[in-house]
Design a protein around this ligand. Structure first.
Ligand SMILES: CC(C)(COP(=O)(O)OP(=O)(O)OC[C@H]1O[C@@H](n2cnc3c(N)ncnc32)[C@H](O)[C@@H]1OP(=O)(O)O)[C@@H](O)C(=O)NCCC(=O)NCCS
Length: 158
């Protein structure tokens, strides 16, 4: 069955949270011990999902920082579905949606070296810096984020 890429709907929420939890990137509620978690939610209106039948197998979302700047967030694919082009399709769908609403620059943070390499070599991102993780989040093997940017107008997005 073909994988469908579409906007996230509220009914996808539970499966999306499970997928994010698998990669240790599920949102965390602020608390006295952790007042500023890495992620506190998923903006459903800004999220895209990959669907196989009734199963959510991938997700990506973004946070709007200004009318032209967004930050990619909550991006992952079910490991059973890796290397089938789903991650790329999710990013391209999101970039098209961003472009349509006027966003021209996307910032994102990644930790796994293979993901960073892929974002640079395949998805056209450039490394612009690093930032420390505020708490355990994402890969337990990496303590900092590599910050990447992508100029949406710089590559074909269809
Ligand atoms: C990044 C991710 C979403 C890519 O999803 P995907 O559906 O497998 O992506 P695609 O099929 O479009 O592209 C696969 C390519 O990504 C590369 N890749 C991406 N992440 C990788 C990683 N962590 N390790 C090794 N290779 C990786 C592979 O080399 C592969 O290339 P190939 O097809 O030539 O073998 C997926 O690896 C993932 O869920 N990673 C864990 C979560 C994560 O790192 N999220 C990003 C920021 S927090």
């Amino acid at each position: 069955m073909a994988i469908e890429i579409r906007k996230m709907e509220p009914t996808d929420f539970e499966q999306v949270m499970k997928l994010l939890a698998h990669w240790n990137i599920a949102p965390v509620a602020p608390s006295p011990d952790l007042p500023v978690p890495e992620r506190t939610g998923v903006a459903i209106d800004n999220a895209y999902v990959a669907i196989d039948g009734d199963r959510v197998v991938g997700v990506c979302s973004y946070i709007l920082h200004s009318p032209i700047l967004a930050e990619g967030a909550s991006f992952c694919v079910d490991p059973a579905y890796h290397c089938r082009g789903i991650g790329e399709k999710l990013i391209l769908a999101m970039r098209r949606g961003m472009f349509a609403r006027g966003i021209r620059t996307v910032r994102s943070e990644a930790d796994r070296p293979g993901t960073i390499r892929w974002l640079v070599e395949r998805m056209g991102c450039r490394v612009v810096g690093t930032s420390s993780k505020r708490h355990a989040f994402g890969s337990p093997d990496v303590g900092e984020w590599t910050v990447l940017e992508f100029d949406i107008a710089s590559l074909p997005i269809t």
